[in-house]
Write a protein that binds this ligand. Structure first.
Ligand code: NAD
Length: 507
């Protein structure tokens, strides 16, 4: 600990003449409730050194920040502060979170905070600090001052709240309002690699109308604060991939189901609750193994003529497959029920496959952008199954239009779910999409086929008539045009580090 009196005593006792470096430690904001700051604490030590004309070094032998309340931004901030101090060296505690099943002290789970000091989660997933350090030099990270300043919300200014607002869909929605000169509040924990580039882009382009809260949807206090001044909400923040939901179902549930409940609870506390559009998923309908499908050319199509013509409607029975399906489905049902029980102006969009600019797609989620990126970089592509599976593709600008219409018509559509996608007009098999990508990017794509992934739907096309009837909406952008636009965006971006971690771990 930092104890100037004790250090002084060591000088008086003559111990210090054998000491080359004095180590101090501190855990700002975690165990040190009355933390005065590193500078203040170092000055106390330096003063004693100076009194005794001591030239030994000062080291910080333990410092860290626990993300037990999901505040990964603050962890990075505390780390950066250390790099600016004039000390011999510092030791950061630690690289990886403790295994939750492991006891820390005498067989007791003594303090939850002790488990979350790592730069990575216990399952190995990198936290924000790890990803940022891996991507850029420290000085470059420090230049991103926007990342460390949450917008002061102690005003009455109203805004459109977009959770997950740095993500693909969020950035496109934000841009729509910012172009109209309307303020938006981006609430995002920047956990998705690449999305910090979206946020930086929004800030550089639209300046002070972009309000930011780098926070986690699981943090109900932060959510409550953000909802307080919202006049309307788009709730996109989510654990978005089915694959990762299987690896860590609890994390998936906490973010998708509990996170949504946090938003809904905060809404009920408002005298005039803001309106809400939530993005659910077609996965709430499960694998749909009962569909009678036949192969027609390079795609699966339903044998039922009506289904073939219109796609899957909201009348389809819900069947939550996979943890992701369960957590999104739970959130979907909570949104609709809160509209019923608490008369909240809220609706759920069951999205199929959306694509377009600002999508940092990976194999796990955002496959259209992922395909295109691989094509651009001449990398081989892996297709699970036979490539004949069919999806309806929706260009993101068309989705933004649907969102605006939903907010405008919320009193008529509250409590109802809508299947939203490109519809039968924009339904293609993966093989078809690959051909079109190859054309748009003017590149041959090297494709490899792997066995089917568990729970993949062979056919999903949204029946969009219900929303069309309610609002007059129909998608306008054909897939060829949309892919062309995606291509033009992708070829100009700096590819984020979407590959597995590379920081050396010699521990
Ligand atoms: N893109 C699609 O095709 C599609 C399809 C179906 C459903 N959806 C849903 O639409 C929404 C937006 O999708 P997207 O494609 O823009 O995804 P995205 O991954 O680009 O955006 C999600 C954003 O949420 C943020 N986030 C993740 N966990 C968070 C947390 N705990 N707290 C705060 N922020 C967090 C991420 O940093 C990211 O910026 C998601 O809810 C997704 O499930 C998307």
């Amino acid at each position: 600990p930092i104890d100037a009196n004790w250090l002084d005593l060591m000088f008086q006792k003559g111990v210090m003449k054998y000491i080359d470096a004095v180590g101090i430690h501190g855990f700002p904001g975690v165990f040190d409730a009355n933390w005065e700051g590193w500078e203040e604490n170092l000055n106390k030590i330096k003063q004693v050194f100076s009194n005794h004309k001591c030239k030994s070094e000062i080291w910080i032998t333990e410092a860290g920040f626990s993300t037990w309340q999901y505040d990964e931004r603050r962890q990075l901030e505390e780390y950066l502060k250390l790099t600016s101090l004039n000390v011999g060296r510092f030791y950061w505690y630690g690289l990886k979170d403790l295994d939750p099943s492991m006891a820390t002290v005498d067989g007791f789970h003594l303090d939850e905070r002790e488990y979350h000091f790592g730069m990575k989660h216990s399952n190995g997933n990198p936290k924000m600090i790890y990803r940022m350090l891996e991507m850029e030099p420290i000085e470059k990270i420090k230049e991103k001052t926007w990342m460390f300043q949450n917008t002061n919300q102690d005003t009455d200014e109203k805004y459109t709240l977009i959770t997950g607002g740095s993500g693909f869909i969020g950035t496109n929605v934000a841009q729509h309002y910012l172009l109209l000169g309307k303020p938006v509040m981006i609430f995002d924990n920047l956990s998705k690699p690449g999305v910090e580039q979206n946020l930086q882009w929004l800030i550089e382009k639209y300046g002070k109308d972009v309000k930011i809260e780098i926070a986690d949807i699981r943090n109900e206090f932060a959510v409550k604060k953000a909802v307080g001044n919202a006049e309307q909400i788009f709730h996109f923040a989510a654990q978005v991939a089915l694959t990762t939901s299987i690896i860590d179902p609890k994390n998936d549930f906490d973010i998708n189901a509990m996170g949504t409940l946090n938003i809904l609870n905060a809404m009920t506390k408002q005298q005039t609750p803001p309106s809400l559009v939530f993005t659910s998923s077609n996965k709430v309908y499960g694998q749909m193994e009962d569909l009678d499908l036949e192969v027609s050319g390079s795609k699966y199509l339903p044998s039922d003529g009506e289904l073939n013509k219109y796609g899957i409607s909201e009348n389809r029975k819900l069947e939550f497959h996979s943890p992701y399906g369960c957590s999104k489905g739970t959130a979907d049902q909570y949104v609709l029920d809160f509209a019923r029980t608490f008369a909240l102006p809220a609706t759920a969009f069951r999205l199929s496959c959306v694509y377009g600019p600002h999508q940092y797609g990976t194999e796990d989620q955002g496959w259209v952008a992922h395909f295109m990126l691989n094509a651009l970089n001449g990398k081989p592509l892996n297709i699970y199954g036979d490539g004949k599976q069919v999806r309806d593709l929706l260009y993101v600008e068309d989705l933004v239009e649907a969102f605006i219409l939903a907010q405008a018509n919320i009193s008529n559509i509250a409590g109802q779910p809508f299947n939203i996608g490109g519809g039968p007009e924009n339904a293609l098999s993966l093989i078809n999409v690959l051909e079109m990508i190859s054309k748009a990017s003017k590149k041959e794509i090297d494709v490899k086929y792997s066995p089917w992934r568990e729970r993949d739907q062979k056919y999903y096309v949204s029946d969009i008539r219900k929303f069309e009837l309610a609002t007059g909406w129909l998608p306008k952008t054909g897939v060829a045009t949309g892919l062309e636009k995606l291509y033009n965006w992708l070829k100009n971006i700096k590819e984020p580090n979407l590959k597995p971690s590379t920081i050396k771990e010699n521990f």
